[in-house]
Ligand binder design. Structure first.
Ligand code: DP6
Length: 346
């Protein structure tokens, strides 16, 4: 049997930065699930050929990839108690991204969520226990989290929240939850155009980045800020207020970078062109009153967020004013998505 899932990346509006214990977040985060930036992963089982605790045969985009294979092997070893088939069979995994690996886009969210969904699907076929779909997704989110924190959020469509907050009953540090309230039509199908400023590998891994928060002098205040901003953003999403949305989302992105810049090991991940783009977005917003704003991951590339209704105008602006600051004029036009889907082969 071959099981395949296609799962999207996501972009955080309220950032997860800092963790403890077994991949538990130090503050709740909220993201938009994307549509076009996806990973497709297939899993099948074959007869074991060795006595290795886990025998993995991993191919990424048609080629062996020992670096990724090592990471996946470590991940599978950590969760093998929950999936008995992992140690009983040879695991054949193939994976590919819809976006170029070198594009500087975080792929751990899409890849670890796709993998967790494959594992859960396989478990559902071999276990006697039947899962209802909500519980299936919740467990998939939990296992995705153990692979990469942000991957927990990719399990759900549109907006997704990971991390316990008093404001949302049912929220958890162990898994993400789908957006529990009706958001305003103004936020239907938000556009996210990802401007590629630099394609190089990140100078600091996520894991090392999160660790910078452990003794950060601003950590305590950071977690207070994140919680407060989450509440404000939830209100803005309900009332349809793009003005507040832009203000919160940009502050979050800049605070993430401020934290990295002021860590004991300091990192400046923005490039001069990142700042050029930011300045132009703000000027354009002030001149046109069109609610377009930016957010950043732990890197130099800029996610430009805007309402679907303003797509034509903002695309024009991106092409005429921003593309010259991108490497080889690269941009990925993405938007809010419907979440992962199982790929059924004929
Ligand atoms: C800045 O999920 O990549 O993108 O749990 O160590 O895999 P690990 O970290 P990861 O961290 C993402 C950090 C971020 C913000 C976010 O996505 O919330």
């Amino acid at each position: 049997m071959n099981i395949t899932w296609k799962s999207p990346s996501n972009i955080a509006l309220i950032k997860y930065w800092g963790k403890h214990g077994e991949q538990l977040p130090n503050n709740p985060s909220l993201s938009i699930t994307l549509s076009e930036a996806t990973t497709t992963t297939s899993i099948s089982l074959k007869k074991k050929r060795s006595k290795k605790p886990i025998e993995l045969d991993f191919t990424f985009e048609g080629k062996k990839n020992p670096v990724f294979a090592d990471k996946i092997l470590r991940y599978l070893s950590g969760i093998q108690a929950d999936f008995s088939f992992l140690s009983e069979n040879r695991i054949i995994l193939t994976s590919e991204n819809s976006f170029p690996h070198s594009a500087g886009i975080a792929s751990s969210a899409s890849s670890m969520s796709a993998l967790a969904l494959c594992l859960m699907s396989l478990r559902a076929t071999t276990d006697k226990k039947m899962y209802n779909y909500d519980s299936f997704l919740q467990q998939a989110s939990n296992f995705a989290r153990l692979g990469s924190g942000s991957a927990a959020r990719s399990i759900y469509p549109e907006f997704s929240i990971w991390g316990k907050t008093k404001s949302l009953p049912g929220s958890s540090d162990k898994y993400a939850i789908p957006f529990p309230i009706n958001y305003h039509n103004n936020f239907n199908d938000i556009e996210d155009s990802i401007l590629i400023v630099n394609e190089n590998e990140k100078p600091v891994s996520s894991r090392a980045g999160h660790a910078l928060m452990n003794d950060h002098p601003m950590a305590k205040q950071r977690y207070i800020n994140a919680n407060k901003r989450l509440d404000k953003l939830l209100d803005a999403l309900k009332t349809g207020d793009w003005g507040i949305f832009c203000q919160i989302v940009e502050t979050e992105a800049l605070e993430l970078h401020a934290l990295m810049m002021t860590s004991t090991h300091s990192f400046i991940l923005m490039k001069p062109n990142t700042l050029e783009i930011i300045e132009r977005i703000r000027n354009y917003r002030a001149e046109t009153k069109i609610p377009v704003c930016f957010t950043l991951d732990a890197g130099p590339n800029v996610h430009v967020l805007y309402p679907h209704s303003e797509k034509a105008k903002v695309r024009n602006f991106i092409q005429s004013e921003l593309l010259s600051f991108c490497v080889k004029k690269k941009v990925i036009y993405d938007h809010m998505g419907k979440g992962p889907a199982q790929v059924i082969e004929d």
